[in-house]
Ligand binder design. Structure first.
Ligand SMILES: O=C(O)CCC(=O)C(=O)O
Length: 189
């Protein structure tokens, strides 16, 4: 997983899409159990993150198995990254995103089934959902999240930064948040 997260080619594509230099924020493995009966509600990612100065965050969602629509694939609302001020959406409340920004309900969505090894890239504010896993096999995806290299910590709680005793306005840096330009070397270490 370390090699995948620090893959320089994937990171280079993320940087090209962002148009700026990026660093790792965090990764995670997202498994949906067979017949989990639980779609991931529509949301933007960035409102959950304790960041300042991050305007081009990018997430890569990599399918580690075939993910057809009935197995928990992702759908997106293209252009929804323009909503920069929405408060964090409540994933436990159906349609929380649309109560915060009703116009999004009318925007076209795009659903992207993937083959194992395929991936999608999305901006940290692009609204997305993932369907329930209605199959008898687990759905396994690996997500790598990059943020602007200049990102600073804003002092609010997050599971990634809580144990680190960071000072508000401190730049995210160090081993846990390597810049993409170091990935090649780190991946060979
Ligand atoms: O895979 C999922 O169920 C949701 C993934 C997601 O929301 C994300 O990668 O930001």
């Amino acid at each position: 997983m370390r090699e995948l997260t620090l893959n320089p080619k994937i990171a280079a594509i993320a940087q090209k899409l962002a148009g700026t230099t990026l660093r790792l924020w965090h990764d995670h493995l997202l498994i949906k159990r067979p017949q989990n009966n639980a779609p991931t509600e529509w949301h933007q990612d960035q409102p959950y993150w304790p960041h300042h100065n991050s305007t081009h965050p990018v997430s890569v969602w990599i399918a580690l198995c075939d993910v057809p629509a009935e197995k928990g694939c992702m759908s997106f609302i293209p252009g929804s990254q323009k909503y920069t001020q929405l408060s964090p959406q409540n994933l436990g409340v159906s349609r929380s995103l649309f109560s915060l920004q009703p116009s999004l309900e009318w925007d076209p969505t795009i659903t992207i089934p993937l083959k194992a090894g395929d991936c999608t890239f999305h901006h940290g504010r692009t609204a997305h959902t993932a369907s329930a896993n209605q199959t008898n096999d687990p759905r396994v995806a690996h997500v790598i999240i990059y943020v602007d290299e200049v990102t600073t910590y804003d002092g609010t709680p997050h599971v990634t930064t809580d144990p680190l005793n960071l000072t508000p306005n401190q730049k995210l840096q160090g081993n846990l948040f390597p810049p993409v330009q170091q990935f090649e070397a780190l991946n060979q270490a």
